[in-house]
Design a protein around this ligand. Structure first.
Ligand code: ADP
Ligand code: ADP
Ligand code: SF4
Ligand code: SF4
Length: 595
């Protein structure tokens, strides 16, 4: 069976010679596999029944608009939904179980949001028949006898009420006004507001205006609003973006506590959170923007491990050509013991801003070094970097040398640029778009930004916007890079592409990168040393000198009161339940981050 998908945003018949149609061997033999369709504004359609999958059109198209994938024939029985002729196709659905949290794990563009929309009743599946208007009657007929039938039957007969927290919270923020407490009181259908406030630690933001919230504060507010609504089904898309580790675990606990006996489905790319929150996991694999297939349901530990191993044993399916491995190393390929030149040095620093004060230990960073920064939100991480590059003057202390240039990717990404992706990237650096450059091959193309060049920045998804801003920040030549939460909205593979690019750029340009991220696995992967920020968010923060990774992680987790063990099979970090046997043993041994 073949899935032929045309990205109609990329297809530009007025700028090509219609190579796709002209070179097709089936067309040349007098039959028709691809032709221009006037109802598609003069763009082509591909007939999957006659196409032989030779990929000639794929290679000939100058805009990489066509994808043709061969999938096993038996998948044809599992088609659930298709977005129009030659559009993205989804195969299979996860099974929801009342009283359990189902986690979805998979790359971006594989159909996770589509699944949430189908299970919320926002999309009625068309089973690949794009000509007919989908109907509830047909859908129920098609699902009769399947495990999911009774769920969908109740959903369509309005016996199930669904609340859905969307992925890209900035969209919601634009529509909301007033104080956090006012918003939450308006949606408090369960009378559980006090409990929610407590579980999600929302005291300090209770009376804040929504328009002034940080990314993490906004995320907590929207999760609180979701949990305040009375529903049977809670669909929660990426609850961990912008939250620090402690908040992620609190939110995971809060969601579990407050959705007992409900249907819950959640998507998250933070494996630590997914591991903590979900009872079962389904993996959504396939090809981004082309097709997605939902795996069988696995227990959470086994599902995540299968995903990292890139292989699904129950379906005998390889889903990645490599394994993702975790190991904490204190040896970096940047030999810190040798006399690598110092790029920047600071004495102990202090600064008071309104009600917030920051103190730092003295420290330095070498040319080419990546300094990971961990700590809660609102603890002074950004303030520290702004002092380092001279944007804020410290009350005490000094930085040598002063006046280093900075390239900065802020935490919250908003589509405020008025223009296309191409115009934005060109305004930052020509390198991003020069097809012969290393940057183009390893960053622009691998992050698939080359396919978005003509899109308006205002129309991008959260992940696309994040990738555009990261590429822009890295393309700029600077002494210091500050990347504040590059992993938000990115899937696991994209996080590693970005991590590798950060490393190469920092090393080659002999710059210093300060990497703020709450995904500990990223620090595990690229940070040379770690600075730990501790204190009381919004009041006072203290920054350590750059420490070895193992010491830094241990100090950090001790400060926030969590212990992590390692999965025996894959080495991935797993949060221990507080008070569990392992948690107590590790605390006694002062081993907060198990090696
Ligand atoms: P994920 O949540 O896994 O990132 P989505 O379910 O959002 O994936 O989207 C899967 C693919 O479906 C996207 O790559 C996009 O190409 C396509 N798609 C999503 N929504 C629409 C739509 N309304 N019309 C056409 N195609 C869509
Ligand atoms: P982080 O990067 O760790 O999230 P920040 O450095 O952005 O933390 O902020 C630390 C604290 O300082 C926050 O409470 C924030 O509200 C406050 N703050 C940051 N910049 C200013 C400023 N220019 N004036 C007053 N307070 C500020
Ligand atoms: Fe031209 Fe490619 Fe579109 Fe075919 S698919 S019309 S080759 S842009
Ligand atoms: Fe024609 Fe080959 Fe393209 Fe199919 S894959 S439409 S047969 S060129």
């Amino acid at each position: 069976m073949r899935v032929a998908v045309i990205n109609y945003d990329s297809c530009k018949p007025d700028k090509c010679s219609i190579e796709c149609v002209r070179f097709c061997p089936i067309n040349r033999s007098g039959s028709k596999a691809i032709e221009i369709d006037q109802s598609k504004l003069g763009k082509p359609v591909i007939y999957e029944e006659t196409c032989i999958g030779c990929n000639i059109c794929v290679k000939k198209c100058p805009f990489e608009a066509i994808s043709i994938v061969n999938v096993p024939d038996n998948l044809s029985k599992e088609v659930i939904h298709r977005y129009g002729t030659n559009g993205f196709e989804l195969f299979g659905l996860p099974i929801l179980k009342q009283g359990y949290v189902i986690g979805l794990l998979g790359k971006n563009g594989a159909g996770k949001t589509t699944i949430l929309k189908i299970l919320s009743g926002e999309i009625i599946p068309n089973f690949g028949d794009v000509e007919k208007q989908p109907s509830i009657e047909t859908a129920l007929q098609r699902f009769r006898g399947k495990e999911i039938f009774s769920y969908l039957n109740d959903l369509y007969n309005k016996k199930l009420k669904v609340v859905h927290k969307i992925q890209y919270i900035e969209y919601a923020a634009r529509l909301l006004r007033g104080e956090v407490s006012q918003l939450l009181k308006r949606v408090d259908e369960r009378g559980k507001l006090d409990e929610i406030k407590e579980l999600l630690y929302m005291h300090s933001i209770w009376n804040k205006e929504i328009s002034t919230l940080s990314g993490g504060e906004l995320q907590k507010t929207l999760i609180a609003a979701t949990l305040s609504r009375e529903a049977n089904v809670y669909a929660i898309d990426e609850p961990s973006s912008y939250l620090d580790i402690r908040e992620r675990i609190n939110v995971a606990k809060g969601i579990r506590e407050l959705t007992k006996n409900k249907y819950v489905i959640t998507v998250d790319h933070d494996l630590i959170v997914l591991d903590y929150i979900a009872d079962f996991v389904s993996i959504v694999y396939g090809e981004s923007g082309v097709y997605g297939k939902v795996s069988k349901t696995y227990s959470t530990r086994v599902g995540i491990n299968n995903f990292l191993n890139g292989y699904l044993p129950a379906e005998n399916m390889r889903i990645m050509d490599h394994k993702i491995q975790f190991y904490l190393k204190d040896i970096t390929d940047l030999d810190l013991s040798r006399n690598t030149s110092e790029k920047i040095k600071w004495t102990s620093l202090s600064k008071t801003l309104d009600g917030f004060s920051l103190m730092t230990e003295q420290g330095s960073a070498r040319e080419g070094e990546i300094i990971g920064i961990v700590g809660p939100n609102g603890i002074g991480k950004t303030t520290f970097i702004r002092i380092l590059v001279g944007e804020i003057l410290p009350d005490n202390g000094s930085i040598i040398p002063s006046g280093l240039s900075l390239s900065y990717k802020p935490q919250r990404i908003v589509p405020e640029y008025d223009g296309t992706v191409k115009e934005y990237l060109e305004s930052v650096s020509k390198d991003v778009l020069s097809t012969s450059s290393w940057f183009y091959t390893e960053v622009t193309r691998r992050l698939k930004l080359h396919r978005l060049l003509d899109s308006n920045v205002a129309d991008l998804s959260g992940g696309e916007l994040q990738k555009m801003y990261i590429a822009g920040a890295l393309a700029k030549e600077a002494h210091i890079y500050l990347l504040d939460e590059p992993s938000s909205y990115l899937d696991v593979e994209e996080r590693y592409i970005v991590a590798k690019a950060i490393k190469r750029i920092t090393r080659e340009r002999k710059s210093v990168t300060f990497l703020v991220d709450h995904d500990l696995a990223i620090h595990d992967y690229i940070a040379d040393r770690l600075m730990v920020f501790s204190g009381t968010p919004g009041k006072s923060g203290k920054a350590s000198e750059p420490l070895s990774l193992s010491k830094g992680m241990n100090n950090f987790l001790k400060e926030i009161g969590l212990t992590f063990r390692r999965d025996a099979e894959t080495g991935r970090p797993r949060a221990n339940k507080i008070g569990s046997y392992l948690d107590r043993i590790q605390r006694d041994r002062n081993e907060y981050y198990s090696m």
